[in-house]
Design a protein around this ligand. Structure first.
Ligand SMILES: Nc1ncnc2c1ncn2[C@@H]1O[C@H](COP(=O)(O)OP(=O)(O)OP(=O)(O)O)[C@@H](O)[C@H]1O
Length: 326
């Protein structure tokens, strides 16, 4: 602990395991096979993984909705098994599905939820939350009159009524158009600025790349990476150089035989390891081929490349699905 009463990590999981019991028709399923994760206090933490990787299981265990079968986890320093009440009080979970009673106003919805959590009347902050989430002018509207984006923001406000320091968002922007997605990102960043530690699962890798400080990737119940975003992106020692020639190329010039070089839209596209080959060397080879350069640019790997490299086949399927959903 660096400050009195404030933990360095909002969430710590050590060797967390979950095996769903089998039935006559179904084999037992080991969904989590020893998850070690640390979420830094104050960070925006992205939890990524292909379908069935175990993300929901992990979140449900933290939220107290599913029991772990091994290992341990704590939220804000409270062990979920031995201090479950304090642990649960420290976390708000925004579910993927919009599940709200449409007959209440946003204000009533938040008051009801606060009552459910046992927040005394004098300590409720429904109006403050409506303000933070940009819903103050909808305070007394009926929920069924709210737009999809407003409903999602109300869901976030609902998860915050008991003032938890940690907010978990499960696929906050699934099926949401790009404009609304950006708007929701702004609110997430705003909450984080107010001191809330954010954990989000997402299928949109660009969402994680844009928003998150730290990223963990889980695959088949195991953590395959967990580190600051920038170091994760640097993991792939791979870059791409794209050279356009003065006169359009009809074939890969000589000198690039042992490299990963192809023609794409008439431009020479060379993928290389930055630690082994330099741009200068590649340009020199190109000049030696007798061609002249009209334009060149480089491309760095993005999170999608890293995700695919780390999750192999299951990642590929998930990314294609996410692309199809866009
Ligand atoms: N109640 C359950 N009983 C049996 N198996 C389950 C149960 N819930 C989940 N599983 C299995 O556990 C594994 C992990 O599922 P989980 O829902 O945690 O993955 P996920 O990463 O959240 O996937 P998605 O991105 O599709 O939501 C999957 O193989 C799933 O079929």
């Amino acid at each position: 602990m660096t400050q009195p009463d404030l933990p360095d990590y909002a969430i710590i999981a050590e060797g967390l395991e979950k095996t769903y019991a089998g039935s006559k028709k179904r084999e037992p399923k080991q969904a989590l096979k020893g998850i070690d994760l640390k979420v830094r206090r104050g960070s925006i933490f992205g939890l990524l993984g292909p379908n069935g990787a175990g993300k929901s299981t992990f979140i449900n265990i933290l939220a107290g909705l599913t029991n772990k079968t091994g290992g341990s986890a704590s939220i804000w320093g409270h062990d979920i098994a031995t201090a479950s009440r304090q642990a649960r009080a420290s976390i708000g979970v925004v579910p993927q599905e919009i599940n709200m009673d449409v007959f209440f106003t946003p204000f009533e919805t938040l008051e009801l939820m606060a009552g459910f959590y046992g927040v005394p009347k004098g300590e409720r902050r429904s109006d403050e939350l409506l303000e933070v989430m940009g819903l103050a002018d909808k305070r007394n509207a009926y929920v069924r009159q709210l737009s999809g984006g407003m409903k999602r923001r109300l869901l976030i406000a609902k998860a915050l009524v008991h003032n938890p320091p940690v907010l978990v968002l499960d696929e906050p922007t699934a099926g949401v158009d790009i404009e609304l997605r950006r708007q929701l990102w702004e609110y997430v960043v705003k909450l984080n600025g107010l001191g809330v530690t954010i954990v989000l699962t997402t299928h949109y890798l660009e969402e994680a790349q844009e928003l998150c400080d730290d990223i963990a990737i889980i695959d088949q119940g195991r953590v395959v990476a967990s580190e600051p975003k920038h170091s994760l992106l640097r993991r792939l020692d791979r870059k791409t150089l794209i050279i356009e020639a003065e006169t359009e190329l009809s074939a890969v010039p000589s000198g690039f035989e042992e490299l990963d070089a192809q023609l794409r839209d008439g431009a020479l596209t060379i993928t290389y390891r930055a630690g082994q080959t330099s741009v200068g060397d590649l340009i020199a080879r190109f000049n030696e081929s007798g061609q002249r350069i009209r334009d060149l640019r480089t491309e760095e790997p993005d999170l999608e490349d890293v995700f695919l490299a780390l999750t192999y086949n299951s990642g590929q399927a998930a990314t294609q699905e996410a692309k199809a959903a866009r």
